[in-house]
Design a binder for this molecule. Structure first.
Ligand code: 6V0
Length: 331
């Protein structure tokens, strides 16, 4: 017997043990931050990264593996071969270009659309029962793309959407009121980024509605100018990119949080992109971010929010923008 064989007696072999496995496709700044956050939080038993550049892929894998001593037991592997992703419960897609200065959303979409045509079929071939979580931008339209290409039911295709915008909203409100972000409740919905919709009618601090304290909140008539906070949320991504070149840590934590809700079957609510047709008078077949109850098979249900007229108009506007972008795609 070898030293390895002499070391442990394998008396109990649990054949029924189910493995929770996550694959991250695309190992750039965002993919690496997602892997790090997921590994830190004991979310899955197997974590696989799939990328194109052999050297950086191996380097990132080794760097994470060397930290395994300090976290819960997780298997960490990386490969350029999609067979390594087989039987994943969750595939997270972070591959693709990020927006360059002066680049339009449509241009970015067309480039990442080509990448998705390459990646999505390979992921689904090896993991036909997976949930797909799209992070690449423009995230709402690419979630629609992933749904169309994958042939998966809509509840199993999700975009990270405005989960990050919502976290930024909570941070800035917390900063303004000098309270921690987790005392702030409320959503940014619609599109991740420029045309996102802050639901001021529902924002509350530990159950106290801000609208009751300031009926003009979020409107042009508001003397305290709370809507500046929404502008800050939109601008913050551009500001971080200007300062450090990309955004990574917050989106990594946001994706880990969504992954935990999915695989942990926690039935928690997150603002993620889901098929929005039929909600709030939306007629277009588009994906938009709405607060969703998540479980191991994806979206379990969508929270029915009581939006005011202005908020409904805004989210319908988002749907039209998404539809227009989708029309430029040839499948
Ligand atoms: P990056 O650091 O340039 O990494 C992109 C990675 O994708 C690189 O490693 C590429 O090699 C890889 N890639 C490209 N084509 C393929 C392919 N065909 N197969 C496999 N891998 C491929 O970019 P970064 O990580 O900063 O951003 C990735 C994407 O996430 C961009 O589209 C961003 O705009 C988007 N973000 C989305 C956010 C969200 O909240 N949804 C937040 C931040 C960034």
């Amino acid at each position: 017997r070898t030293t390895q064989e002499k070391l442990r007696e394998h008396l109990f072999i649990d054949k029924k043990k189910s493995i929770s496995k996550i694959t991250i496709a695309g190992v750039g700044q965002v993919g690496t931050a997602c892997a790090y956050s997921i590994m830190q939080q004991d979310i899955c038993q197997e974590l696989v990264s799939i990328g194109r550049r052999q050297d950086s892929l191996k380097g990132e894998m080794m760097d994470l593996q060397h930290g395994l001593r300090f976290v819960e037991e997780t298997s960490i592997r990386a490969s350029t071969d999609y067979a390594f992703s087989a039987n994943s419960n969750l595939c997270i897609v972070t591959a693709g270009e990020r927006q360059k200065e002066g680049q339009s959303r449509r241009d970015l979409l067309l480039r990442n659309f080509e990448i998705f045509k390459d990646i999505i079929p390979k992921l689904v071939k090896h993991s036909p029962n997976t949930v797909l979580l799209v992070v690449s931008n423009p995230v709402e339209v690419l979630t629609y793309v992933a749904w169309k290409i994958s042939g998966l039911p809509a509840d199993r295709v999700i975009g990270s959407g405005t989960n990050l915008d919502t976290a930024r909203l909570h941070f800035f409100i917390g900063e303004k009121l000098n309270i921690p972000p987790n005392s702030v409740h409320g959503w940014i919905i619609g599109e991740h980024g420029d045309s996102s919709v802050p639901v001021w009618s529902g924002v509350n601090i530990d159950g106290v509605m801000l609208k009751d304290l300031n009926p003009q909140i979020g409107t042009g008539a508001d003397r305290e100018n709370w809507n500046e906070i929404h502008k800050k949320v939109i601008m913050s991504a551009y500001e971080v990119i200007k300062l450090k070149g990309y955004t990574s840590w917050a989106v990594g934590l946001s994706v880990a949080n969504i992954s935990k809700a999915l695989l942990g079957n926690m039935a928690t609510v997150q603002a993620v992109s889901t098929i929005a047709k039929g909600f709030y008078g939306i007629k277009e077949e588009v994906f938009l971010s709405l607060p969703c109850v998540l479980g191991p098979h994806g979206v379990k249900s969508v929270v029915s929010q009581q939006l005011d007229e202005n908020e409904v108009n805004q989210i319908q506007g988002c749907a039209r923008i998404m539809q227009e972008l989708q029309q430029s795609l040839v499948f």
